[in-house]
Design a protein around this ligand. Structure first.
Ligand SMILES: Nc1nc2c(ncn2[C@@H]2O[C@H](COP(=O)(O)OP(=O)(O)O)[C@@H](O)[C@H]2O)c(=O)[nH]1
Ligand SMILES: [Mg+2]
Length: 345
């Protein structure tokens, strides 16, 4: 999978510290280079959702000579809805199968092809590369509810950027809990990237300010800022995000270049209200969908991607630093349906 390519001319090599951190024993199991590795991780991560296609959809064909009739189509719909892909996507697949295959005996592969085509149509427009600075540091602000995977995703992003030869500084803007600063500090040490911290309880905007100042002053390529978890309904905390953004923009007018919303894929319908609420109240520009490995409802990426005009920029499929990469719809669907296809073969 392609990694990031910034429009900057000077390429700085990965730091010595990054090389040393890569050798830390705690990360040895996950230290394979991501470019080839991520497809396998994606496939493993999506296994629970993939199983719905692998098992439930394929089971529909078990009765010999099964025709595509109303009963078949309703069973197909029920299996699709189980993945949380939403009624609209499930309906589109059912309609497509009905129109093309009604009253025929079909191969499971034909139905799986329809699923792939319909989902690709819905997911392809939702993929977008990360926006980066044309010069100077790229600033990424990371938001979301508690426990959605913000801090872990920041570590994973730092790993991706470092791999691409970018120098990364993190801002520990979750000043609400001391443990959050420690957690990010632990990752920074492990990944060999720099971190700017504040006193516990201090204004997160001041941490953001100092992190961006350091990025500018010391020529970092990427500055990623963590924030405390908050609900889209907490107006005062949403305003706090606004203040952080203004402090950043004072130093770099078009920053933050991205305000990413981290959503836990296991959150069900809540994932959708978070996307809506954070887009409106926090000016989020893209989504990081995490924990796709945690449930059979990974189909939730479809409504998340479709409903709010917020592109899905990254997907997370595990707890290690290598378990995140850009969202690429074709690769995603291959990982999701591949088992089903090979079983069909
Ligand atoms: N299985 C799985 N766990 C994850 C993923 N991303 C984060 N986590 C875990 O979710 C928990 C909360 O993550 P954290 O980054 O601290 O969330 P935050 O409160 O939003 O900063 C931690 O135990 C992480 O290891 C993921 O993609 N898959
Ligand atoms: Mg956190």
């Amino acid at each position: 999978m392609a990694l990031f390519r910034f429009g900057r001319k000077e390429e700085s090599p990965p730091s010595q510290a990054a090389a040393e951190a890569a050798a830390l024993p705690v990360e040895t199991a996950t230290d394979q280079p991501a470019p080839q590795g991520f497809l396998a991780r994606l496939r493993a991560g999506l296994a629970k959702t993939s199983r719905v296609f692998n098992t439930d959809v394929r089971d529909l064909f078990k009765r010999e000579g099964r025709l595509v009739d109303d009963e078949f189509l309703e069973e197909l719909r029920a299996a699709l809805v189980k993945t949380d892909m939403g009624p609209s996507a499930a309906e589109a697949i059912v309609v497509d199968v009905r129109e093309r295959l009604r009253a025929r005996v079909v191969d499971p592969k034909v139905v799986l092809d329809s699923i792939r085509t319909q989902l690709l149509m819905r997911l392809a427009p939702a993929a977008a590369s990360i926006v980066t600075a044309t010069s100077g540091p790229t600033v990424i602000l990371v938001t979301g509810v508690n426990g959605s995977g913000k801090t872990t995703s920041i570590a994973k992003l730092a790993r991706l950027f470092s791999r691409d030869g970018k120098r990364v500084v993190l801002g520990a803007g979750d000043t609400f809990r001391a443990a959050a600063v420690e957690q990010l500090g632990m990752w920074a040490g492990r990944l060999g990237v720099e971190i700017v911290r504040g006193e516990p309880g201090c204004d997160p905007a001041s941490v953001a300010h100092r992190a961006v100042a350091k990025a500018i002053g010391e020529g970092f390529d990427v500055c990623i800022i963590d924030t405390a978890g908050r609900l889209q309904t907490q107006a005062n905390l949403m305003q706090e995000l606004g203040k952080i953004r203004r402090v950043i923009a004072k130093q770099i007018p078009d920053a933050p270049h991205e305000t990413l919303l981290v959503i836990d894929a296991t959150a069900g319908q809540n994932a959708l209200s978070q996307a809506k609420g954070f887009k409106e109240a926090a000016g989020c520009t893209g989504i990081v969908l995490t924990k796709l490995d945690g449930s059979a409802r990974g189909g939730v990426i479809v409504p998340v991607a479709e409903q709010f005009g917020l592109p899905v920029k990254f997907v997370g499929v595990g707890e290690s630093a290598d378990d995140l990469d850009r969202f690429e719809p074709e690769a995603f669907l291959s990982a999701l349906l591949e088992g089903a296809f090979s079983a069909a073969g």
